[in-house]
Design a protein. Structure first.
Length: 265
């Protein structure tokens, strides 16, 4: 989203070294692991090894994977990570994940199926469940929202196995008002918020998604208002002005007013 960027692409060696340090100090006791944007296949494969090791020592560990690979611009999807990451996500990472948060394009990549209707999206989410994760949230899509064109649809599906071995699936749709700007980091914020709210409401995906999306709306509305004020009347805000107002939205992140409701499907 920015004209310039700096830094290195971390490889598996660096990750391994950091993890070894955590182990040596005995601070590798985790309840949650969240991964997002990654550019290197060896790094991603190492993540899987670490998750498996952590799950051996804590069977309740929840791994939230945001499989960041690409997005759609004006209807056309394209990947912004190397293409060889896709099979690693599909065959190795998603099977060990408990919660995944792909956008529509990423869900299509992972399953090899295009989504044109809500029904197809639900089928794709079932395919993703079959790969491993109990919770699948398609964070954004270009599906037609029942509320109209000014709304963006997210879909969620939570499958749990009851004590008697039967499987139960809760599915929801969330329609949130579109904000006319290109923000950077919304997917990361969504995945982090969903981790937090599924922790608070582990068996209620509807409430977890309502709080996640409501918090997002508060942050985006505050950001666009502030960015427009900075840009001045009639000017389009630039990417620096559209930096998410996270700190200013602390109260809304901790305890969001529910301004977006989810529909149980």
């Amino acid at each position: 989203g920015y004209a310039h960027w700096k830094g290195q692409v971390l490889k598996s060696d660096e990750l391994h070294e950091l993890y070894e340090g955590l182990k040596l100090n005995n601070v590798n006791q985790y309840d949650y692991v969240l991964t997002g944007y990654t550019r290197d296949t060896s790094f991603l494969a190492m993540v899987v090894d670490i998750i498996q090791e952590l799950k051996q020592q804590n069977s309740h560990l929840v791994y939230v994977c945001d499989p960041v690979m690409g997005d759609k611009w004006s209807g056309e999807g394209s990947m912004y990570v190397p293409k060889d990451l896709l099979p690693v996500y599909r065959d190795k990472v998603v099977p060990v994940a408990d919660i995944i948060t792909p956008n529509q394009f990423e869900a299509e990549l992972l399953t090899g199926r295009k989504i044109h209707t809500e029904e197809e999206a639900l089928e794709v989410m079932d395919m993703l469940h079959a790969m491993g994760p109990e919770t699948v949230v398609i964070t954004s899509s270009d599906l037609q929202a029942p509320l109209g064109n000014d709304y963006l649809i997210a879909l969620g599906s939570h499958r749990k196995t009851k004590a008697d071995g039967t499987k139960m699936t809760q599915r929801i749709r969330v329609e949130s008002p579109k904000v006319d700007a290109a923000f950077v980091g919304t997917g990361d914020l969504f995945a982090a918020m969903l981790l937090a709210w599924t922790h608070k409401h582990p068996n209620n995906l509807k409430v977890a998604c309502e709080k996640t999306v409501s918090a997002m709306q508060h942050v985006l509305q505050r950001t666009i208002k502030s960015a427009k004020a900075q840009a001045g009347e009639g000017n389009k805000p630039n990417s620096a002005q559209l930096e998410l107002r996270m700190v200013q939205s602390r109260k809304d992140i901790e305890n969001p007013d529910i301004i977006v409701k989810a529909t149980v499907l």
